[in-house]
Design a protein around this ligand. Sequence first.
Ligand code: CP3
Length: 308
Amino acid sequence: MRQAGRYLPEYQKLRDKHSLKELFTNSDLATAVTLMPIQQIGFDAAILFSDILILSLSMGLSLEFIEGSGPVVSPQIQNKGDILRLKNEIEQLGFVKQTIVNLKKELKVPLIGFCGGPFTVASYLIGDLKKTKKWIYEDPDSFELLLDKISDLSCQYLQSQIDAGVDAIQIFDSWAGFLSEDLLKRFSFNFIKKICAKITKVPIIIFMRNSCFYAKELSSLGCKAISCDWFLDLSHIRKQVGNQVALQGNFDPDFLYGSKEKILEMTLDLQHKMKGDKGWIVNLGHGIKPDTDVEKVKWFVQIIQQEK
Ligand code: CP3
């Protein structure tokens, strides 16, 4: 996550010239940014350079990325009428398809496409988690209507990414893990399950913050892999979920602040614990921090590739 991004000096240079939205919506720029970490660091898979909120452009909404505070969608969705007015214009996202077509010509490693989890996308459309929780308790049925709309659109969007050539899909339901268990099941898992049932041509990886604590439930939603955060030992999660799904993760992104010796020690330690596990995809448990030293990222990838 954030495989391309601010920790790469070349990315920073492009960001000085172009807005974030321009990088996401211009296929040539998005292609170049996706390729950067593959060419410079040599990861074993690429993730499309886009954002989960790009989907809002197909709903007739406007999207801005505010420096330091993240994406803002407008106008905010405030009631059932606003939900009913949302458009379904997936063809507006043709630039994403074009980026994928470009990338498939260049890449020798698999390409991961993605979308947001309906709950997480809904919370950005509404504004924030606080407003979203208020809506859930005031009017759960209309909130489900919003999730249904987002799920339908997400399926069309994922299908268009698959048609253009992505090899796998990751669903990022970042904020869902902050719900209580009953709300989580009703407003997140149910909708991810529907998406997994419809998108069957490529493997699906599910990401959620706090995923460690729900690994078993996540493994039954129809996905092929779970992206795990670092709060529990990965070998422990393997015991809970059995061998039905692959596990992705789960180094703490901050561990790349450590010395090279420490990074080596911690990487070998997890490799030792996961020895023989055929379904382990080495990754961080969340995005690379912008002030991470690129040399440390290269070092980490080298260790993994040597030990393969
Ligand atoms: O490399 C990749 O991971 C692929 C591209 C990608 C981005 N965002 C690019 C991006 C992916 C998969 C995402 C997903 C995303 N976007 C999520 C889910 C994953 C997660 O991080 O929990 C969420 C919640 C968003 C919404 C979003 N976009 C936020 C909160 C921010 C601000 C974060 C920040 O660090 O400033 C963004 C902007 C964003 N999306 C950046 C990148 C590389 C930062 C780019 C920059 O400032 O130059």
